[in-house]
Design a protein around this ligand. Structure first.
Ligand SMILES: Nc1ncnc2c1ncn2[C@@H]1O[C@H](COP(=O)(O)OP(=O)(O)OP(=O)(O)O)[C@@H](O)[C@H]1O
Ligand SMILES: [Mg+2]
Length: 431
């Protein structure tokens, strides 16, 4: 098979790495890819992930058999609809189904129809009524731009002034453009977050083990939200029983509803959960693998991912085909100084081979990297995700940080506390 992976981050490198292990595959292309996908043997193609016409023409020209979109943008722009129209298999939902991520208001509608536990909310399409509703509610409140905003469209407002400012930025100043045509205003919830990702074939949902991301830029969840500074799996806060229960509560009813609306959801449906004192709540849905959750999850996954993707596309996902090792995996993101704000590119990166040789079960997935001459240089905010396996969380954490210490990149930083919440949980369970 000839496979095209769309995207350029750590998730896409992990997907290429896993797809390359499939006996079904003889060639992999990435659009646009990065320094890691190239070193993994894939052919990087300078096509943007939102240029659906160019991607469709490339698929025809190269006789691609399977398309795997990594990020949400091409999915919301209808890459799957386009691929289906030209008879090419594509692992992801159609544009209608991708609205579960592309529109927070749509997701809330679906959750209301299917009684998924979530924060109470209201949707506004004009700033004046949004502001007056907010004044009535008062802080704390969560303000979300309806459309895609690259993970930056959500403000957890803890003061009335922050609420006013957030609505003004999103709806009046239009910081996120048309994504701010509407806002979702939500009840503020408190609790630990955990990610539930499921393979879906339109009817059936099969969960991957739980995973926990770290959104804030600095240790102890301090600093601005980022695309994610590290993740590990499994997350003790959601054990296998909880996983199955939450798949029944938060994923299978949504699948049923989307199918009833004529758009069976094929791909990965990712529910962002918060474990509150009054029970689990769904904060949001993503219609793709998370980044950085994808990296530790694929490190643990056994079996042929291409086989599973094709079974999802053909509506015959076998629950027993999604198997993961009992080991724990943990990934730490190396980011450029200044991320998620302004940062510089072009920093030389060294030590990756030494890092991967630290112990067995280490893989350094590239995010924002590119090759310049014979040097590997940084080319984004989140540059690498150093991911390690271990027999338990302590060991996976130790292995990942030992490997990270061998990597050199000027003007970079990483969080030192990835996995600590899980270790505290385990200690609490033992206590
Ligand atoms: N109702 C809520 N109460 C408290 N915090 C919330 C609430 N909703 C969202 N958050 C916080 O804001 C973060 C981002 O919100 P959400 O996941 O809805 O948006 P997103 O931009 O789509 O994120 P992602 O990039 O993970 O897809 C959450 O991870 C959580 O920390
Ligand atoms: Mg999201």
């Amino acid at each position: 098979m000839r496979v095209l992976v769309i995207g350029s981050g750590g998730r896409e490198h992990a997907l290429v790495w896993k797809i390359a292990q499939s006996a079904l595959v003889d060639k992999i292309f990435t659009a646009p890819g990065n320094g890691g996908t190239q070193s993994q043997g894939a052919i990087n193609t300078p096509l943007a992930d939102n240029d659906i016409d160019a991607l469709a023409a490339f698929v025809r020209k190269e006789k691609i058999d399977l398309v795997v979109p990594g990020p949400e943008l091409p999915l919301t722009l209808g890459i799957t609809d386009r691929m289906r129209a030209q008879g090419t298999a594509c692992f992801g939902p159609d544009a209608y189904g991708a609205r579960i991520e592309g529109s927070k208001a749509f997701a809330k509608e679906i959750m209301a129809r299917t009684h998924v536990p979530t924060a109470s909310s209201a949707v506004f399409s004009d700033a004046r009524s949004a502001q007056s509703h907010a004044r009535k509610m008062g802080a704390p409140l969560v303000i979300k731009a309806d459309g895609l905003a690259a993970g930056k469209g959500v403000v957890v407002a803890r003061t009335d002034e922050q609420i006013r400012q957030a609505i003004n930025d999103i709806m009046t100043a239009r910081t996120f453009g048309p994504a701010g045509d509407r806002v979702v205003m939500e009840e503020f919830l408190e609790g630990e977050e955990v990610s539930l990702l499921c393979f879906c074939d339109g009817k059936n949902a099969v969960p991957l083990p739980s995973a926990q991301d770290h959104k804030a830029a600095r240790d102890n969840d301090q600093g601005p939200n980022t695309g994610g500074m590290g993740a590990y799996s499994p997350a003790p806060i959601l054990d296998d029983n909880g996983l199955e229960k939450m798949t029944d509560i938060a994923v299978r009813p949504v699948l049923k509803e989307l199918a009833a609306q004529g758009h069976p959801f094929v791909g990965v449906l990712y529910a962002g959960l918060m474990m509150t004192a009054s029970g689990p709540r769904v904060l949001e849905y993503n219609a793709r693998f998370g980044d950085p959750e994808c990296q530790p999850l694929l490190m643990r996954m056994r079996g042929d991912i291409v086989r599973i993707m094709l079974d999802c596309i053909n509506g015959k996902l076998d629950p027993n085909s999604v198997v993961c090792s009992g080991q724990t995996a943990l990934g730490v993101v190396l980011a450029a100084k200044g991320y998620p704000g302004d940062y510089s590119r072009g920093h030389v990166i060294t030590g990756i081979d030494r890092a991967e040789a630290t112990t067995g079960g280490i893989k350094v997935f590239h995010g924002g990297t590119t090759v310049r001459g014979d040097a590997l240089v940084s080319n984004g905010g989140r540059v690498l995700c150093v991911t390690a396996l271990g027999d338990d969380l302590e060991q996976a954490r130790k292995n990942a940080y030992a490997a990270m210490e061998r990597i050199r990149m000027p003007d970079s930083f990483y969080r030192t506390d990835i996995g600590i919440k899980g270790i505290r949980h385990l200690a609490g369970q033992e206590g």
